[in-house]
Design a binder for this molecule. Sequence first.
Ligand code: ADP
Length: 490
Amino acid sequence: MSGNHAQIAGVSVSLDHWIDGKRVAGADRFATASPIDGSHLADVAAGGQADVDMAVDAANRAFPAWAALGAKGRQPILHGFAKEILARADDLAAVETADNGSLLQGNLHRMVPRAAQNISFFADWALTLLDHKIEHEEVTNNVRYDPAGVAALITPWNAPLMLTTWKVGPALAAGNTVVIKPPEWAPLTCSLLAEIAEKAGLPPGVLNVVQGIGEIAGEALVNHPDLARISFTGSVPTAKIIGQAAARSVTPMSAELGGKSPFIVCADANLDAAAQTVAGQYINAGQVCLAGTRILVEAKIEQEFLAKVRAAVAQMNVGDPRAATTRVGPLIHPEHFARVSGFVDRAKASGAELLWGGSQSDAGALYFQPTMFAGVAPDAEISQQEVFGPVLTWQTFTDDEEAIAVANGTQFGLAGTLFCGNEARAMRIASQVVAGTLWVNCFFVRDLAAPFGGSRVSGIGREGGTWSFDFYSDIKNIAVRKGSFTVGGA
Ligand code: ADP
């Protein structure tokens, strides 16, 4: 093995960029630490303009041949890629946990299999459902999903492997080449992904990874003039900056951003299932954009339901994410810990009632107790702003109109969860809550065929199934006058 490597959780991980099928060391480095215990993990390449230029150039050179393979030619290579991801499941899960503190068992049994599926699912979908004909009285419209070019993919630290493959899968299946800028607080699994892509036989330049700081490497990437697409998952302020770059070059951009999602519980719901699901919002220390963080409970069952939730939350062990019994691991970084603590301190100071938690856990420096505030005004900071930590709010409602009004009373519209026993009532409420995804009597079920994205400031566009290809393809219509040929085609 050449270049700079570090042993992370017993796995050798390259710390360099991956550009044009080669490791590139770059001039600068940045440090990444483990949130588990704050220990220094590695010094990773910090990319700049020159690395970005090299990567976009490589991706552009690789594009024509990759596009020319067609969906059929790409499918076996992408299936090989998915298979290699599964073959490295132990390594990927261990490195992800070391790097971002997410639960090892969750990574092993859910995130890594899902990462593989992200690749294979879209490789298959590209073959079956896209190009089609629309007949008109004068012409036949031949609708084609053509490859677009180079896609810049920018991902966050809370689930880098899963969220990167969610973009890489459809982007490559659609015939594009990609440049990935992984998150600087959790850059390591994307480096393994490059190694896996090489092993699977992806041609040089088809998948490139430029490591680095968002404001430097990320900004250089999104401002590059030769991009065909920008796909971003992260915060609203960063989306506004990237959106300006996209606007300057008129590059289509997809964005999946934050949320402050409602979790509505009706009196006739299965309260045990609902209580378990509320407790589940603390998983990954609440660092989940889709989390239902505003619990809205029908007033007449408040006390009964509160007792059930309290009991379920008592089972949410806080601790080392490598332990099988842990349900709540650390926050990602001291800066983020300070941010979460700040929200909690200000909520306390403003008179919100603390039902449980509210401070650092004794599990370690970056561990925060599962926290619940009641008595919060709908317009209070803690009711309005995304905390991205294990912090929920508890409110009651007396009728559905009130529940819907409170649910819709933030700037966000990413997701919502509803537990309800009455189908007609459930569908009435669900249809009125502003959200890209509304889960009824379930949570976090994400069918790759279904649309996914956010309303309001929670995002731009939808991905998943055909929607991913609508974004990652140049959709063309070849309109042919009927009966106009004297010689037929093949
Ligand atoms: P989070 O709060 O989840 O860290 P960010 O929006 O800050 O969200 O980061 C998400 C991703 O965006 C990371 O990969 C980060 O490096 C990148 N990023 C941050 N700032 C910029 C920027 N100005 N231009 C491009 N990418 C950026």
